[in-house]
Design a protein around this ligand. Sequence first.
Ligand code: HEC
Length: 169
Amino acid sequence: MTSAILLLLLGPPKAPAFRPLAYFEDKCARCHGSMGSNYGDEFGKDLTDAKLVTVVRDMASGPAQAPVSEVDLRPLVAFHRSLILGKPFGIVVEVVGATVRGETTPGSKVSLRWGKVVSVAKVDGSAWSAIIPKGKTLSGAELVLSLKGATVVQALDSRRYTDWVPSKK
Ligand code: HEC
């Protein structure tokens, strides 16, 4: 079969989903430590949201030599804000059938929640996966993360990662 026909059948290859933590480990950790462990205790004291966006964007295209799109920049910045606030970060990366996969700050407990219905995720390092129960949808779920006594709840109808600025629908 020619590749033209294959392309017709399968459609153009999809760009792989952006994984901010895998990206950080790959492109930033050699200078800033695994999961930002070298940023230090004073990190972020003088970083407003606007400054944080600018420095992360500049670092990505500068020393990391791995520019990110403005869409991908947002969860990467949110991960940095989570480090500054000492809260767990979480993101949904892909959904295949009923299986949801994502990333989180290592050590976090992760679950998907629909009121009293909870699907506890398996966590392996910074990767997690969970099953959507029958009759439920991902956009109706909340992503619930806890790490060292800090709990973060993110409704997944508006955004697929934890953040602390109001979402723009
Ligand atoms: C080659 C080493 C190097 C790499 C790779 C690198 N950085 Fe940096 N980064 C630095 C240095 C040095 C500074 C401090 C001086 C400055 O601000 O330019 C810094 C500063 C920062 C700051 C501000 C820290 C503070 O305390 O205000 C952030 C945030 C940051 N980098 C994020 C990133 C991200 C995200 C990546 C990956 C996309 C990255 N850096 C890749 C060397 C690096």
